[in-house]
Structures are given as C-alpha cells and as structure tokens.
Design a protein around this ligand. Structure first.
Ligand code: S3P
Length: 170
C-alpha cells in the first residue's frame, strides 16, 4: 500500500483489536507521534471518558469524539492516529476519514478474540455489563462501516502483535 511522508496513518477497529499497542510500535518505527483520540478528549476536557459517558451520555461523548478526530486529522504533522472504536458511527466522521490525507487501516478481529482482550477498562463503560454480547453486536453493526473507510484491512486473529505490526507497515 505504501504511505506518503505527509500522510497520517489511522488505525480503526473494535475495542481490543490492538489499535493502541500497534499504533505505538508503528509510530516508533516511523519516527512519528502517536495520537489517541480518547486521550485527546480527556486532555481537552480534563475529564475521563467514563466521566463523560456517565455525566453527559454517549451522544455528548460522540460529539467530542468527532471534534477530536477532526483535530487529529487537521494536524499538518503526519501522525499515527489510534481512532477510538466508535469513530466510524457518525457519517460525518466517515466522510472526514475518507477525505483526509491519510491511509486508514482496519484492524479486523472476530468477536471471539475481542472478548478475551477488551476488558471493561476505565475508558470502556460500554463493556461494563455484558462484554461478549456488546462486542458481538458492535461487530454486526460496525464491520461494514470500518470496511467503508478502510484503505487496507489487517486480520488480527492468529497473529502476534509483531505480525500485525509488519502487516500494517506493508
Ligand atoms: C468505544 C471505544 C473506546 C472508547 C469508548 C467507546 C466504542 O475506545 O472511546 O469506550 O464505542 O467502541 P477504544 O476503541 O480505544 O477502546
């Protein structure tokens, strides 16, 4: 696929697909900054993702997420962007991803793999109740959306982190 030196590399995929881990390693290899959309939201608001969900609800979080994505893509310094799992839900975000000077890679994993990996960490309130059912449902509703924005798809199941990194680099 190849990436131009002025292009962002954006990783998309469900929670637990390895976006953050892979983004860090790839950014290191490319000598780039890594940008995490959840971290951007937390530093812009001074609140945690969980607090925002609890106090203001998911839609308010989604609006902050859209703003963070636009900000990250607007930076002239090419970065590796780990976009939070829900970023493809809004049409405006998918449009922003498609028109950005960026290569979008979907880290595609089966729900069975994700259930073992995506814990209901602090920033994942949506996984508090029934992670298996939630991830299965997210897989069903979102896979077409990830596919819609992706320039390349990297399958994650049965691969080590190193193998996923190599595939992303290719
Ligand atoms: C979400 C994914 C999370 C976080 C929030 C919602 C989602 O980010 O933004 O809990 O809807 O998929 P990660 O994909 O980085 O875990």
């Amino acid at each position: 696929m190849g990436i131009a030196s002025d292009q962002h590399l954006v990783l998309v995929g469900l929670m637990g697909s390895g976006k953050t881990t892979v983004a860090r390693i790839v950014a290191d290899r490319l000598g780039r900054r890594v940008v995490d959309s959840d971290a951007l939201i937390e530093s812009a608001t001074g609140r945690t993702v969980r607090q925002i969900f609890v106090d203001d609800g998911e839609e308010a979080f989604r609006s902050l997420e859209s703003a963070a994505l636009v900000d990250a893509l607007a930076s002239p310094v090419p970065a590796v962007i780990a976009a939070a799992g829900g970023v493809v839900l809004r049409e405006e975000n998918r449009a922003a991803l498609k028109k950005a000077n960026a290569k979008i890679v979907w880290l595609c994993a089966t729900p069975a793999l994700l259930v073992g990996r995506a814990t209901s960490a602090g920033h994942r309130p949506l996984l508090d109740d029934d992670p298996a059912a939630t991830l299965q449902q997210m897989h069903e509703t979102r896979d077409a959306l990830y596919r819609e924005v992706a320039d390349a798809i990297v399958l994650v199941d049965h691969r080590t982190v190193g193998e996923v990194v190599e595939a992303v680099m290719r």
